[in-house]
Structure formats: C-alpha cells, structure tokens
Write a protein that binds this ligand. Structure first.
Ligand code: B12
Ligand code: SF4
Length: 457
C-alpha cells in the first residue's frame, strides 16, 4: 500500500463504523445483552458458534449479501435464530428468507424490537416491515460497543431517511420511501455534542442521501448546529443552489464540502435516470454558485446509461475538470434489486449475473447498449486516471489558497491507481485508447485481459 494512503487513513482498519449495527443495538429491547461484530475490523473471518446466543442479527447492503447469507446459514445450522436486515434483505426479502428465520424490511427502529419480543415469546413472524410503524423516530447509535480507533469515521450521523426523488437506479426511495423522514434536531445536536466531548471529533459526516433535501428543515438544522463550531460534509442534490439562505446556513454551520449526485451532463441520460428535477444546462451556473459560498464540491457521475457511449463518459470528466470539482467519482451503473432499473433489465434479459458481490460499481453486471462491457469498464478507469492526474488536480485545485485535504486526497487516489497498474504491469487507462487503430488490443492490455476474453465479452 503506498505510504500516502496509509497516512490518509491513519492506518485505521475500516473507513466507516457500522452505523446500522450501532442503531440496531440501540433499539434492542431491555433484557437482551448485545455484542457487535464487524468483520471489517476483525483479524480473521468470523466463525459462527453458539456461545449461548439467543439470536443473531446480520445487516447487508447488496455487495455484502453473499457473505451475510454464508454467516446466516452457519448460525442456522447451529440452531441459532437469524434475523436478516438492511438494504439488500429489504429489497429481496424472499431470497433473504431462504437463509433467515426473520427478515426485517427497512428501519430497525420500526421492526427489530417487535421481532425480538415475538421471537422470545415463540410467535415470530417471517417478515417485519417498517411501513407498519412508519413514525418510529430515528435512533441514536450505541457507540460504546465499538472501538473508535478501528475507524477513520467513527461519528457518522444520519439525519434523514427516504428521498422525495425517484431516480430509476436508486434503492433509497424503494426501501425507505419517498417521504423524507427527519430526525429530531435536538437529538442530532445532542449526538454531535456528545461526540465532541467523548471523542474530540471536530469534523462530522452526515451519512444521508440528501441532507438538505427539505430546505426549510435543513436551514433549521444548520442554524442549530452553528454554535457547536464543527466542520461537516455530506451529500446533497444540486437544488441547494436555489436558496441563498440555505447556502449561507450551510457555510456558517461549518460545511466544508458536499457530494453532488450529478450522474450525467446529458439531458437524455438524466431523463432516463429519472432525474427530472434537474437540468444539465444549468449545472455550471448552479455549481459556481455553491462554490461561491466556500463549499467544495465532489461530483458523482454514473457511467453506462443506455444513451451513453465512451465520449459521453469523457465529457463528464472534462466537465468535472472545467467546473473545478475537488473530487469526483465514476461508478458503473448498477441495477440494484428493488429498483426500477433492475426490473427493466430483468424484463429485457440484460442482467449478466446475480453474484451480488459484483454489484459494487466497478463491475459491469448488465449488457450496456452503446458500449461493450470492457469498453465501459475501461471508460470508468480512464475517467479516474485522467481526473486525478496531478496536472488535472493542479488545474482544479490550484496552489493558493492551499486546499491541503483535497490535495492529499487527490494525490492519494492518483498514487493508489499508479501503484495498482504498475504492480499489475498494465498501461494506465486513457480515453485516447478508444481512438487508436488497435483500440481493442490496447483496452484489453489495460484491463489485463487476453484478446480471447475480449472476444467473449
Ligand atoms: C455512508 C455510505 C457509504 C460509506 C460507508 C458505508 C458503510 N459501511 O456504512 C462508503 C463511502 C464507504 C460507501 C460505499 C459504498 N456504498 Co454507500 N452509502 C452510504 C450512505 C450514504 C449512508 C450509509 C449509512 O450510514 N446509513 C445509515 C444506516 C443506519 O442505514 P442502513 O444501513 O440502511 O441501516 C438501517 C436499515 O437498513 C436497517 N438495518 C441495517 N442493518 C440491519 C440489520 C438488522 C439485523 C436489522 C434488523 C436491520 C438492519 O436498520 C438500520 C437503521 O434503521 C448510504 C445511503 C443510505 N440511505 O443508507 C449509501 C448506500 C448504502 N451505498 C450504496 C452503495 C451502492 C455503495 C457502494 C457500492 C458504492 C460504490 N460504487 O463503491 C460502496 C460499497 C461499499 C462496500 N462495502 O462494498 C447504496 C447501496 C445500494 C445497495 N442496494 O446495496 C446506498 C443505499 C446508496 C444509494 N442510495 O443507493 N457507502
Ligand atoms: S439518487 Fe439521490 S436523489 Fe435520486 S432517489 Fe436516490 S437518494 Fe434520491
């Protein structure tokens, strides 16, 4: 691992603490003892054993489903009841039930207490659904069960659930609903205050899909946290640019940066993605306005929509460079179970695998329309490489005023990429490979594929 990456993560074992499990622990009814095991920070893979357990709860997003099912099967073979919850079991409850005694759909706050009580009373149902108790408040996590020094981000704070938008590729509205459910501002302030006191945390991540999706509420929240003098970052939609009052409240409360789900700079692609509430023609103006409030922007662009070819991917990178985004990411479109996109690709017979580990944003799991599978993956890697090249970082970040953290992060990503490709002895990916006379051979070399595999995909 390059030294700069070790430095960036302060040699922590994992990036984020498992907020889902800490919230589950907080809502377990009285009378139960709870232990959290996070396999991301254990020295070796967890091995199921009975050890006097009355129940085991396992959470998983889609990439983690296979491992979750393995563990669930292991515990069930020992006779321990298993409760599966989290994003993937909520999206695919029938599949999850093949490995679990109970599946909790959606929020643990609305499902887990009843599931455990019923289990203890010997009358457990197979499925508990948050929609039966939709008004249960968002809980504060139990952090006392985790080791802070294992995690780079030990105090992520979730302030909302659900999303009013309905992007075709996104799990959030499908699982957590299209209504914003907001946590009480007092409990958010209290969690921040406690984290400051107990762990000396000064920089917070609001672990939300769209922290400022309700402008009026967000202004109230940011005004309430302003006296705490923290720095924070989160995800938002670009419509925050509509409100000067909101942007001022964000800046004044310590917002250092936000991730914007821009997805594409092409109107037809945004339309396909179900992003009808944005207009690509206004992106530049909106981005400049947010930046004028001293808020750094990280763009997220998705590659592989039906109207996109490699040039559209390159255009997204050029756009991110032109608008001087401090960071940017380029995940491959992924049809997660539970989404409209999944249904569409399933109906069209375009899904290439149901190996959920591959649903990770770096693997092409569907047949794209305007690119071959390998071309799409190459476009993704060329985008990361060209965006994080030091001269691109220099153009975007400049030297003064020194954006130390952004520079560190940009250099870490670039050096990580260069290290990876040098270890694999492959040429670093470039968009210009698409134009070469022997484009297929060059792309295959960069991806580490033989030409035979290229022919097959
Ligand atoms: C912060 C974040 C990250 C962080 C940290 C993730 C982490 N380990 O916590 C980072 C940046 C690392 C990350 C990475 C990725 N992420 Co992310 N991330 C998020 C985000 C914004 C917040 C996560 C969070 O803290 N949520 C708060 C907790 C409390 O919510 P929760 O996990 O859903 O848990 C609740 C319920 O589901 C349930 N529950 C959960 N577990 C259990 C267990 C039991 C037993 C029970 C009863 C209930 C239960 O109760 C909890 C409390 O109510 C979510 C968006 C979101 N709405 O959650 C996306 C999200 C989880 N990420 C997503 C994706 C796609 C990814 C990546 C694949 C992206 C990529 N292309 O690289 C990677 C995968 C990483 C991996 N491990 O493989 C998707 C997942 C889609 C899916 N179907 O799996 C989400 C939903 C974004 C979205 N809108 O699509 N992510
Ligand atoms: S991608 Fe973002 S804006 Fe779209 S539905 Fe998901 S959370 Fe909401």
């Amino acid at each position: 691992m390059p030294e700069i990456i070790r430095k960036m993560t302060f040699s922590r074992r994992a990036l984020f603490m498992p907020l889902n499990l800490a919230i589950c622990a907080a809502v377990v009814p009285e009378g139960w003892d709870v232990e959290i095991i996070d396999e991301n920070v254990t020295d070796s893979p967890h091995v199921p054993s009975t050890g006097g357990l009355d129940a085991v709860g396992i959470g998983a997003m889609t990439t983690q489903a296979r491992r979750a099912y393995e563990l669930a099967d292991g515990y069930r073979a020992l006779g321990v009841p298993v409760i599966l919850g989290g994003i993937h079991p909520s999206a695919a409850p029938d599949e999850a039930l093949q490995h679990a005694t109970i599946v909790c759909k959606g929020d643990a706050e609305s499902t887990l207490p009843a599931a455990l009580r019923d289990l203890a009373a010997g009358r457990a149902k197979q499925i508990y659904d948050w929609r039966d108790e939709p008004d249960t408040p968002i809980a504060s996590p139990r952090k006392d069960l985790l080791n802070p020094s294992d995690y780079l981000v030990f105090n992520p704070i979730q302030t909302t659930r659900g999303c009013p938008h309905d992007c075709t590729f996104c799990t959030t509205p499908a699982i957590f609903g299209r209504q914003f459910r907001k946590r009480s501002i007092e409990s958010i302030v209290e969690e921040i205050r406690t984290a400051k006191e107990n762990f000396n945390t000064r920089v917070f991540i609001f672990s939300d899909d769209d922290v400022a999706g309700d402008h009026k509420w967000a202004i109230e929240l940011f005004e309430a946290i302003r006296p705490l003098k923290i720095k924070w970052a989160s995800q938002c939609d670009i419509l925050i640019s509509r409100s000067d009052r909101l942007l001022a409240a964000m800046h004044d409360s310590g917002c250092v940066g936000v991730i914007l789900g821009l997805e594409s700079t092409k109107a037809s692609t945004l339309h396909q993605a179900g992003k009808r509430y944005v207009n690509a023609d206004q992106y530049i103006r909106q981005i400049r306005k947010i930046q004028a409030y001293g808020i750094s922007l990280w763009g997220s662009f998705i590659f592989g929509f039906d109207s996109d070819d490699w040039r559209d991917c390159m255009d997204a990178v050029r756009f991110a460079q032109k608008t001087r985004l401090c960071m940017s990411c380029y995940p491959i479109l992924t049809p997660y179970p539970g989404t409209r996109l999944y249904q569409q690709y399933q109906a069209e017979g375009r899904l290439l695998t149901d190996d959920w580990e591959k649903y990770n944003g770096s693997t092409v799991v569907f047949r794209p329309k305007k690119m071959m599978v390998n071309e799409l993956r190459h476009a993704q890697m060329a985008a990361f490489h060209e965006f994080y090249l030091p001269r691109s970082a220099f153009h975007r970040l400049g030297l003064l005023p020194l954006k130390r953290n952004s520079w560190m992060a940009n250099l870490a990503i670039y050096r990580g990429l260069a290290y990876y490709y040098s270890q694999k002895r492959r040429p670093l990916p470039r968009f210009r490979h698409f134009l070469a006379a022997d484009a297929n051979r060059r792309i295959a070399r960069s991806l580490g594929l033989s030409s035979q595999v290229w022919m097959d995909t």
